[in-house]
Design a protein around this ligand. Structure first.
Ligand code: RTP
Ligand code: MG
Length: 156
């Protein structure tokens, strides 16, 4: 579009079960808004084992897979679609490295440093590429024609 209203990039963010404790959700949302993202969709859901396994299928052969699935199904998660220019890369930068215990030293202002605990309990997810973002957004949010893996939810 040439009218100055081009669609901005979207990415999928998840506040994981540990990120929904205490005042972490508020801290994370403040960081989201302070960094210029808009939350365009949001839903609070409980992942079942099948959904968690399917969402993280790329890690199915890793030693931490069953532990990851247990963690991701241990409580509700908040799924969000975030929008801004360069949303995918900027959200990854804002959340910081996977290992939250290391992030506290190397990226002290990152969300994982702020609210995460260790290499597993790292409070948030972020799509790792524009392709992943598209796939992950349609995984959780029904497109007009095709179905999504998670169908029973209430959008907030
Ligand atoms: P995410 O996909 O959740 O945004 O995290 P990421 O890209 O930074 O890290 P990834 O390698 O995709 O791993 C997915 C999630 O699996 C858990 N994990 N546990 N115990 C371990 O060694 C280990 N490694 C990864 C973390 O919860 C990680 O975010
Ligand atoms: Mg990942």
């Amino acid at each position: 579009r040439s009218d100055g209203f081009a669609e901005k990039e979207k990415t999928l963010a998840i506040i994981k079960p540990d990120g929904l404790y205490d005042n972490c959700t508020d801290k994370i949302k403040n960081a989201i808004f302070d960094s210029g993202f808009r939350i365009v969709k949001e839903m609070l859901i409980q992942l079942d084992e099948e959904a968690a396994m399917s969402f993280y299928a790329e890690h199915s052969s890793r030693s931490f897979f069953s532990s990851l699935v247990k963690y991701m199904t241990s409580g509700p998660v908040l799924i969000m679609v975030l929008e801004k220019e360069n949303a995918v890369a900027d959200w990854r930068a804002l959340i910081g490295p996977t290992d939250a215990s290391k992030a506290k030293i190397t990226h002290p202002n990152s969300i994982r440093a702020m609210c995460g605990l260790d290499i597993q309990k790292n409070c948030v997810h972020g799509s790792d590429s524009p392709q992943s973002a598209q796939r992950e957004i349609s995984f959780f949010f029904k497109e007009k024609s095709s179905g999504s893996a998670v169908t029973e939810h209430d959008e907030l």
